[in-house]
Design a protein around this ligand. Structure first.
Ligand SMILES: Cc1cc2nc3c(=O)[nH]c(=O)nc-3n(C[C@H](O)[C@H](O)[C@H](O)COP(=O)(O)OP(=O)(O)OC[C@H]3O[C@@H](n4cnc5c(N)ncnc54)[C@H](O)[C@@H]3O)c2cc1C
Length: 565
């Protein structure tokens, strides 16, 4: 393997694979470094075609799983069919100063194999929010700067949905759409009729409801509505790095992939006033090497990118690469998932739906958008779905035997589930830092000091009140509300939307990155995963990470070709 590259990308997940694709496509000799193992599309999806009865323990977590992995076993997708895509708790210890559930996927493709594929664009309501409501710092970009890059990404990954014309959730480049079922349509119509500020829409998802030649060229085909995405999809029916960006980049002949290689730090060359490359630990032998490169993209996912920068110390940057202002690691944000509602919907038991649609219904944010509420900062979106209960016949009171099997043939009542996704406001107290303790690779353990604030609690109550009223007006019954933090010990992190710590900004005294995700004080290092975020918005974040990455990569390519990097 060569020891010098035009571009080095650290981390092969959702954002890193996008950087690798852009660089390789534009002719740069690119190295993609991944700490985890190789996962090859189709070949390495061992459970993708297993039926429930073929999976050990009926696909349930065992006591041993829970004991060995108290953290990841809390995650809703962790089971026998997916657990090989989660990092085991013992494999990278960290110190929770405040409880924080850090969910990670260490393998080629990162968490792109596990994600729920919901993709909504940000609007200027989000880019303007810190300035409008006076929190954090102002974003150095606006919607117009990123809109073409959203289109660029969406056309490649394939997004399903409709053109909905909602100004705080701008339309995506959609191809085909899944449909609401009967009960979802009824609830949606009731909400639209009762509230002028709310418009339920079918979720925009990176699942292929229709296929364009761009995806056919990637070897992908239509989503089969199996809803088994998190096992890896042999059809390429949803976007993952493994099915899409990585094989595409490999075809150019410009991409080299190095797996089982942990980036310990980025090396700074004091004389040339820029980074010269990366220091790597072989995950199996623990041998250390250095590789040099002209451009370095850091995409190890939010908290690991913070860790790598903090661990990249030298005489010039004693507090971590680019950290001239003590901002590194601060203002970590996430999404508030605390509130949840469930309900029954009586009747319509002669109606069913086809397949297991991989999408939900969304109600785009309506609080602190057109009207300002005094009671909390930020906004939240709502997602809901209606479904037929799958274990209806409780009089059999068993999960075994003939009677149970017969009962499975009769779907039960209609049920409704509603959740919030709330913006968490940046505060400097929510931070990460390095401890003196080392993990088994000799890397300092990360300390997470991240928690809810009162704003999150007030926002949750608002969602519960509003959600309850909407369901009631839609004739739902037996409406139950839950604070999932209280009820299930749900902690920040479990939503897997952690962001911040290496924020962008106009002013180098209060931010680490400029408007192109370039470290103000080390121009050939770019951070384009969630670490760069100033605020959280209320939308699922990964589409924005991909668009920011593609934008920054193309800027870097231009600078590289002009001899500026
Ligand atoms: C179940 C689930 C559902 C989700 N649903 C959604 C959703 O619907 N919509 C949405 O927008 N987001 C969703 N997310 C979040 C989404 O997965 C993340 O936002 C996204 O993967 C982040 O991309 P990334 O490139 O920053 O990190 P990742 O995809 O995690 O990739 C980071 C990669 O870096 C590697 N790495 C880490 N440290 C090092 C190191 N030191 N050296 C080398 N390599 C390293 C990791 O092994 C990993 O492969 C979901 C996540 C999960 C788990």
């Amino acid at each position: 393997m060569p020891k010098n590259f035009d571009a080095i990308v650290i981390g092969s997940g959702i954002s890193g694979s996008w950087a690798a694709k852009e660089f390789a496509e534009k002719g740069l000799k690119t190295l993609l470094i991944e700490r985890g193992r190789m996962v090859e599309h189709i070949k390495d999806y061992p459970t993708a075609f297993l039926d429930p009865w073929d999976i050990p323990y009926a696909n349930q977590k065992t006591t041993k799983d829970t004991q060995n992995n108290p953290l990841i076993s809390k995650h809703y997708q962790f089971d026998q069919s997916t657990k090989h895509f989660y990092i085991q708790d013992h494999d990278q210890e960290y110190i929770q100063e405040k409880p924080f559930d850090w969910i990670r996927g260490y393998q080629l493709g990162g968490k792109s194999l596990l994600w729920a594929r919901q993709t909504q664009r940000w609007s200027d309501y989000e880019f303007n929010a810190p300035k409008r409501f006076n929190y954090g710092i102002d974003w150095p970009i606006r919607y117009k700067d990123i809109a073409p890059w959203y289109s660029h990404v969406e056309k490649f990954i394939g997004v399903s949905g409709n053109k909905d014309g909602i100004d705080n959730m701008p339309d995506s480049e959609v191809v085909g759409s899944f449909e609401m079922n009967l009960v979802e349509s009824k609830i949606s119509r009731s909400i639209s009729a009762n509230y002028t500020d709310r418009k339920p829409i079918i979720g925009r998802h990176a699942n292929l409801a229709e296929v364009t030649p761009t995806q056919t060229q990637q070897g992908r085909s239509k989503c089969m509505a199996r809803s088994l995405c998190s096992r890896g999809c042999p059809f390429g029916g949803y976007f993952s790095a493994n099915s899409s960006t990585i094989p595409y980049a490999l075809k150019t002949g410009n991409l080299t992939i190095l797996t089982d290689s942990i980036v310990e730090s980025i090396v700074y060359d004091h004389d040339r006033k820029k980074a010269s490359g990366v220091r790597i630990i072989n995950a199996n032998t623990k041998e250390k090497t250095e590789i040099t490169g002209s451009i370095i993209f850091l995409n190890a996912s939010t908290l690991n990118s913070n860790l790598i920068l903090m661990n990249s110390k030298c005489e010039h940057f004693p507090n971590g690469l680019g950290n001239k202002n003590d901002q590194l690691g601060k203002n970590i944000v996430f999404h508030n998932y605390r509130g949840r509602l469930t309900a029954d919907f009586d009747g319509y038991e002669d109606s069913y739906y086809f397949g297991k649609r991989p999408t939900q219904i969304f109600i785009p944010a309506f609080k602190n958008i057109h009207h300002v509420t005094e009671s909390f900062l930020g906004s939240y979106l709502i997602a809901f779905s209606a479904y037929r209960e799958s274990f209806p016949n409780s009089q059999t009171n068993t999960t075994l035997g003939g009677k149970y099997k017969d009962s499975l043939l009769e779907p039960g009542k209609w049920k409704v589930s509603m959740m919030m996704q709330g913006e968490v406001i940046p505060v400097k107290e929510n931070h990460v830092r390095l401890s003196n303790q080392k993990d088994k690779y000799g890397l300092p353990k990360l300390i997470t000091s991240i928690g809810y604030t009162n704003n999150d609690v007030v926002m949750m109550q608002d969602f519960i009140d509003e959600g309850h009223e909407m369901l009631q007006k839609a004739n739902c019954t037996n409406i139950i509300s839950l604070d999932q933090h209280e009820a299930f010990n749900r902690q920040p992190g479990l939503e897997v939307h952690e962001m911040g710590g290496v924020r962008m900004g106009i002013n180098p005294t209060e931010s680490i990155l400029n408007a192109y995700n370039q470290i103000h004080s080390c121009k050939n290092v770019f951070v384009t995963d969630g670490a760069c975020m100033i605020s959280a918005g209320n939308q699922n974040p990964s589409l924005t990470f991909m668009a920011l990455t593609a934008r920054a990569a193309n800027y870097a390519i231009q600078q590289f070709k002009n001899g500026n990097l």
